[in-house]
Design a protein. Structure first.
Length: 412
């Protein structure tokens, strides 16, 4: 059984003619190493690249411990390039090499070397890549399995598979486990002892308890508008601890840099501008989020919203939270400004979609609520309501597309 990861494989293939270093990033355990060393390596051999022109070095392998010194690694690669034909250099877990930036920069000067690297621990976070290799690299961001990838390989009843996916997420190694107890144990272990401990070590967190508690608060409040001040106040009232808004912001940035969570900013649809605060936060893998809170609060409404956000991101969209301001009246009849929310504003190139997530859409009150913000949007881009219900997609009387979550996830 194998997850094909076709989206990412095609990105690697399309980058083969680029002189840039291809940097494969993403949350740990998302399948970066398998993508490079198995799927891409297989493709290279299928198109006729000789095996001795594919230089593969797994730097987390003890057999290669002598190559973790930058000069030794570069010397080894240079010695294996013996002609003018193209060589593909595949370096897995490059962060094991001290000052690996020097090695990668040197690789750019070897004209017949096409270099691909992965890295996944705290020395190889998104902000590091942007800083060190701006203009000299092509970043390929790998996400956990989408539901389509998950279902196409595992099959079975679609609704049962979705329930499973909403509970345990899309890390490939978890998806292949047969036992729910093993899935739960693995997710708890990897979240607590790898992801979080890695960040604490990297950033020398002085108050690990508050660091963990902030992560728990974010896990409990996925899809909730919040800001640093509000989170700081929560610590003060609930935990009787003082954590400054600045520290809260720093901690959140660490989670984002490690690809554990994503921030969705608010966008004023009518005013066509961003609103700096508050924002929403979503987990890159819903299974990690569920495991962190011991599989409590596994409420389908917010989880479905998180999964829709991740799906849009994986499809290459920039995703914001929409705000539509309208004139209304309060109970006393006084004129007021009222803000309506559009769950997601998804942009890619010239395409834009306004998307509402509505787990239950049978109730007329709920339907009216979901449609209200969409009806006040002044442009003509497509409006979509994604529901947790069953049934075929249809257009309602307002021209809005209504489709269930399974259809949305399986039909890109």
């Amino acid at each position: 059984m194998e997850f094909k990861r076709e989206r990412y494989l095609q990105q690697l293939i399309s980058g083969m003619d680029s002189p840039l270093i291809k940097v494969i990033t993403g949350i740990r355990r998302s399948g970066k190493s398998y993508l490079l060393f198995t799927l891409f390596d297989r493709y290279l051999k299928e198109i006729g690249v000789p095996e001795d022109h594919i230089i593969k070095i797994a730097l987390d392998d003890m057999d290669n411990i002598h190559l973790r010194e930058k000069n030794a690694l570069f010397k080894d690669i240079k010695e294996r390039i013996v002609d003018d034909n193209k060589y593909f250099i595949l370096l897995d877990e490059i962060q094991y090499v001290n000052e690996f930036e020097d090695v990668l920069n040197s690789m750019l000067h070897i004209k017949n070397a096409d270099t691909y690297v992965t890295g996944s621990n705290s020395k190889f976070l998104s902000s590091d890549i942007i800083t060190e290799f701006r203009g000299r690299s092509d970043e390929i961001r790998v996400y956990p399995l989408t539901f389509k990838e998950y279902y196409e390989e595992l099959g079975g009843d679609k609704r049962d598979r979705l329930d499973e996916y909403m509970r345990f997420g899309g890390l490939p190694v978890v998806a292949l486990m047969k036992n729910d107890e093993k899935k739960s144990s693995y997710l708890k272990e990897v979240c607590n002892k790898i992801y979080l401990s890695d960040l604490k070590q990297r950033h020398r967190i002085k108050n690990p308890k508050e660091f963990d508690e902030l992560f728990d608060i974010l896990a409990s409040g996925i899809g909730t508008l919040t800001n640093a001040q509000k989170l700081s106040d929560t610590f003060k009232t609930v935990n009787h601890a003082t954590v400054s808004p600045n520290t809260v912001n720093n901690y959140i940035d660490y989670f984002i840099d490690a690809f554990m969570i994503s921030r969705a900013r608010r966008y004023d649809v009518k005013g066509k501008k961003y609103i700096s605060t508050p924002a929403k936060y979503y987990f890159s893998d819903i299974g990690l989020r569920n495991a962190r809170i011991d599989f409590r609060q596994v409420e389908p409404t917010h989880i479905m919203e998180n999964i829709i956000f991740n799906e849009l991101i994986a499809r290459g969209y920039q995703v914001d939270v929409g705000v539509v301001e309208i004139n209304a009246h309060n109970k006393l009849g006084h004129g007021i400004k009222k803000q309506l929310e559009v769950d997601f504003v998804a942009n890619k190139g010239y395409d834009r979609y306004y998307i509402q997530s509505a787990y239950s859409y049978y109730d007329e009150v709920k339907r009216k609520q979901e449609r209200e913000s969409l009806s006040h949007i002044p442009d003509s881009f497509e409006r979509i309501i994604i529901t947790g219900d069953t049934g075929l997609p249809y257009r309602d009387d307002n021209g809005y597309m209504v489709e269930n979550i399974i259809h949305f996830l399986l039909n890109e």
